[in-house]
Design a protein around this ligand. Structure first.
Ligand SMILES: [Zn+2]
Ligand SMILES: [Zn+2]
Length: 260
């Protein structure tokens, strides 16, 4: 039992100011700022250390008009993780803010849903609108890892270690997956972009970057089934995560928080 229990850390690396109406299909009546935070997550357990998503680097931040707060590598080292020795990286989906920093994990295998690779290399990428959150270099880097036998494909729900499972959600991206983690406080779901902000899942609203609105809404129901409560679901881009959870250690406030 105890060997199923994991520690989880949310590591913030970037920030983007934007208006609330930019965060929802059908907009928002308030003319307020509703910024996005950018995270990667570290899961530590008896089965080893897993990193969920790899973020983006300074060059991509400049290209996309985002601001790096602390580079991903620095955040990982703050919780005792040396990127050089990470063996397993889970990629929630192939959007630019989740799968960059290509040289950061030289030893790692990458866990990806079948449908995300199909989506990122298939006919829907012929449409400029659907390409917006993707970078060709990120997709090519993942294809090269396939040829290097460094990708582990998953289809739907699969176990990575006791108490640690991936689950296909889709919606926001065709092959988006979330991570369900057994912890001392119960089952936590790391949603990544299956809900950007708390408001999306709590109010049944949808972020504008989307493969399927209907699947996005079904995804909220899936995550509520997987998590012990709504309070066990961790959104992928909500700055409030940094306030709701305690700093992982003194000095890491507003940077690395402990989710378990
Ligand atoms: Zn995304
Ligand atoms: Zn994202």
């Amino acid at each position: 039992m105890m060997q199923d229990i994991h520690e989880i850390y949310a590591v913030r690396y970037a920030h983007h100011d934007r208006k609330a109406h930019d965060n929802y299909i059908l907009g928002d009546p308030h003319d307020t700022n509703e910024p996005l935070a950018y995270f990667v997550w570290v899961i530590k357990g008896a089965g080893g250390t897993f990193v969920l998503d790899t973020g983006f680097d300074q060059a991509m931040a400049e290209k996309r008009g985002r601001r790096i707060v602390k580079p991903v590598a620095e955040g990982l080292r703050a919780v005792g993780v040396n990127p050089d020795s990470v063996t397993d990286v889970v990629i929630s989906h192939l959007h630019y803010d989740h799968c960059g920093n290509h040289s950061l994990f030289p030893q790692a295998r990458y866990h990806l849903q079948d449908r995300e690779m199909i989506y990122a290399t298939g006919r829907y990428m012929c449409h400029g609108h659907q390409r917006i959150p993707f970078e060709a270099d990120d997709v090519v880097a993942m294809v090269r890892r396939v040829f290097d036998e460094r990708v582990v494909f998953h289809n739907g729900s699969e176990q990575l270690a006791p108490g640690l499972t991936v689950h296909h959600v889709g919606g926001h991206s065709m092959g988006l997956q979330c991570l369900r983690v057994a912890t001392r406080r119960g089952h936590v779901v790391l949603a990544a972009d299956a809900t950007h902000l708390y408001s999306h899942i709590e109010q049944g609203r949808v972020f504008p970057v989307c493969y399927s609105v209907a699947e996005t809404l079904e995804g909220y129901a899936t995550m509520k089934r997987l998590a012990d409560s709504l309070g066990h679901i961790v959104p992928g881009h909500d700055p409030d995560v940094l306030k709701r959870y305690p700093a992982a250690a003194p000095g890491l406030e507003d940077w690395v928080v402990r989710l378990d």
